[in-house]
Design a protein around this ligand. Structure first.
Ligand SMILES: *[C@@H]1O[C@H](CO)[C@@H](O)[C@H](O)[C@H]1NC(C)=O
Ligand SMILES: *[C@@H]1O[C@H](CO)[C@@H](O)[C@H](O)[C@H]1NC(C)=O
Ligand SMILES: *[C@@H]1O[C@H](CO)[C@@H](O)[C@H](O)[C@H]1NC(C)=O
Length: 461
């Protein structure tokens, strides 16, 4: 994999001494691409915000797949909606001029995302409809500068995020476009030609990386064609070797048919992937607060919105099993993040203010959940004394009194705290194994938070 580097290092050892230490050249094959260590910031961050925004935010009915649902799937709801509300000659392209974004205030978004406790965001630069949220040279008249917002949405959000916060800025990008004639031509040739990739996908990817320096490339729309058609490894080798973000960028695994869950950066496998058991490779649970759509839906009902208990439960399970969580919100066509999404994000931030140390920069412990106590997820940090500080994230408040956890074994120096609660928690070692905590009776107004409480056990064996 790095053999050419080694030879060069011998010849030019003086000049390249520094480069050789860190300067592995990745090759355009999966073995080499997969060997790149994930930049540490990603695993430490644990929480990101996903933002699906595009022309689909205008009809904002069904899902972000509205165009496909209407034209290809002939979804009755889509057909009736178009028939009842639009002239017969209305095309999907006509929605673009109503993608107005006049209330889009990127500083406000930055402030909401920051208050949520998320450490990175991923914005759709282009979804399967092909509309680019930046003034792409390769998407004439179908981009956010030429039609609709008349603004560089990607650039404005990147600027605000970087100016106001320490959040990392990432971009989602769809490799394919449902109805792009060049793509359809390649597809009709069984992908033996790759004009679409040569003249659209690749130029666009290089353009967004060079222009916006995203630290996440969240690839999607890969599944109809092989990775060789997409030239994925060639792009990734460039991204890792020579791009302006080569040292910090992370990518996912959606780089061609059969590649997801097998190759790339971190694994996303399928949407809302949440295996519930520890995974070997770093992975991400990309999920939605509106459980039925990534794009904004005007017809969402309150029961479609994840409760805070569900959101924190999913977060705890994900992080415990070694994953990051990427929490999606869909902004409106005029640029708002509606209050129900704001409320969930701000509540998450408040929960993290108390319990963040059980999430950020944690590592999976040897057990992810308990064998006896239900609704408990463990995370851990190496303690200064060589053992582990273990966090038991308890999704249901236990009754006051004895609370038995079967996996943790205390040592003499073990101390137990409830995060956000001033007094230490008493405990005894139980035989043959485990720990029994004495859960105090706490008045409601003194509870550290409203859901998912964290018992921190310092210095476990
Ligand atoms: C971002 O969040 C952090 C942590 O909650 C806070 O300390 C900081 O003031 C926030 N920054 C902005 C610009 O809101
Ligand atoms: C894609 O790969 C093919 C075959 O390796 C190559 O001929 C072509 O130049 C590549 N295109 C791009 C845009 O990288
Ligand atoms: C622990 O997690 C596994 C895998 O998700 C599950 O099958 C098991 O029931 C859980 N144990 C308890 C006690 O909830």
């Amino acid at each position: 994999m790095a053999s050419t580097t080694t030879n060069l290092c011998v010849i030019f050892s003086l000049i390249l001494a520094v480069t050789c230490v860190t300067g592995i050249r990745y090759q355009p094959n999966w073995e080499s691409i997969d060997s790149r260590p994930l930049p540490a910031w990603y695993d430490e961050s644990k929480i990101g915000i996903f933002i699906h925004w595009g022309v689909f935010s205008v009809p904002s009915l069904l899902t972000e797949w509205f165009w496909h649902q209407w034209i290809t799937e002939k979804n009755p709801t889509a057909i009736k909606f178009m028939h009842d509300n639009y002239k017969p000659d209305w095309t999907y392209q006509d929605f673009a001029k109503e993608f107005t974004a006049e209330l889009f205030n990127p500083d406000e978004w930055a402030s909401i995302f920051n208050a949520s406790g998320a450490r990175y965001i991923v914005l759709t630069s282009k979804h399967h409809e092909g509309f680019t949220n930046w003034p792409s040279k390769y998407s004439f008249s179908w981009n956010s500068m030429d039609v609709g917002p008349n603004r560089d949405l990607v650039g404005s959000l990147a600027d605000s995020i970087r100016k106001n916060t320490n959040i990392k800025f990432g971009l989602y990008h769809s490799l394919f476009e449902w109805y792009n004639p060049l793509y359809l031509q390649d597809k009709s040739n069984n992908f033996k030609t790759n004009d679409f990739v040569m003249f659209k996908t690749m130029p666009e990817l290089y353009e967004i990386v060079n222009k916006y320096k995203p630290e996440v490339i969240w690839s999607d729309g890969d599944w109809e064609a092989q990775d060789v058609y997409w030239n994925s490894t060639k792009f990734l080798a460039w991204l890792y070797n020579d791009s302006p973000v080569k040292d910090t960028v992370v990518t996912n695994d959606r780089w061609g048919k059969g590649i997801a869950c097998h190759h790339g950066g971190y694994f996303t496998c399928s949407d809302r992937y949440n295996p519930g058991v520890l995974q070997k490779r770093k992975w991400e649970n990309a999920m939605t607060i509106d459980r039925r759509s990534w794009g904004f839906r005007r017809d969402a009902e309150i029961s479609d919105i994840l409760s805070m208990e569900e959101l924190i439960g999913t977060l705890a399970e994900t992080v415990s099993c070694g994953g990051n969580i990427l929490i999606n919100v869909g902004p409106t066509h005029d640029g708002r993040i509606v209050p129900i999404f704001q409320e969930r994000l701000l509540s998450l931030g408040k929960w993290l203010d108390v319990n963040g140390e059980a999430i950020y920069s944690t590592v999976p412990w040897h057990a992810q959940n308990d064998t006896e106590a239900k609704h408990v997820w463990y995370t851990a940090k190496k303690s200064v004394n060589g053992g582990y500080d273990v966090y038991a994230i308890v999704l249901q408040w236990p009754n006051p009194g004895d609370y038995h956890l079967a996996i943790p074994t205390p040592m003499k120096k073990t101390k137990v705290h409830l995060l956000g609660y001033p007094n230490p928690i008493k405990y005894k070692q139980t035989s043959p194994k485990g720990i029994t905590l004495t859960v105090p009776t706490i008045p409601f107004n003194q509870m550290p938070c409203d859901y998912a409480w964290v018992f921190k056990m310092e210095n476990l064996a």
